[in-house]
Design a protein around this ligand. Structure first.
Ligand SMILES: [Mg+2]
Length: 143
């Protein structure tokens, strides 16, 4: 049975629109609360440079779209080619889930750990409920 304890979250197209517009996805805060409750460790795994990602995350908190603990969450260091789960320190691949909209970033042999989310993109439909859907996929996986 799956029992992942770490979740790695993409930023652009997953939690927010992109690093420029930074629109928070519907249900963002609730989803992050769920992640904190269900996982021991919540990491941010983004192609956005750390110097850009940190202020974006701070804005999410300042605008109350994210809980303040996310300011302390780890930014995974990687070479910006693929989001290899072995880049997550002190963990095993099977302990980790990754939520990402972009299949190109997923390592072929790690597809079982990937929760695909539809890219949050223009025109940013108000009916978007992808974070809620992903939460339910994770809940089913972990029960
Ligand atoms: Mg993305």
């Amino acid at each position: 049975m799956a029992n992942e304890t770490t979740i790695a979250l993409d930023l652009e197209g997953t939690l927010i629109s992109n690093a420029v517009s930074q629109f928070p996805r519907s249900g963002l805060r609730g989803f992050l609360d769920f992640c904190a409750k269900r996982f021991d460790r919540v990491c941010i795994y983004t192609a956005v440079r750390d110097e850009v990602a940190v202020p974006i995350i701070k804005t999410m908190v300042d605008e109350e779209n994210a809980p303040s603990w996310i300011l302390q969450s780890e930014l995974i260091q990687w070479d910006r080619t693929v989001k290899d789960l072995t880049n997550i320190p002190n963990s095993e691949i099977m302990d980790c889930l990754i939520v990402d909209d972009n299949p190109d970033y997923i390592v072929d042999s790690q597809v079982s750990q990937w929760i695909q989310i539809e890219k949050y993109s223009s025109p940013y439909p108000e009916t978007d409920r992808e974070l809620q859907r992903v939460q339910s996929v994770i809940e089913q996986r972990l029960t």
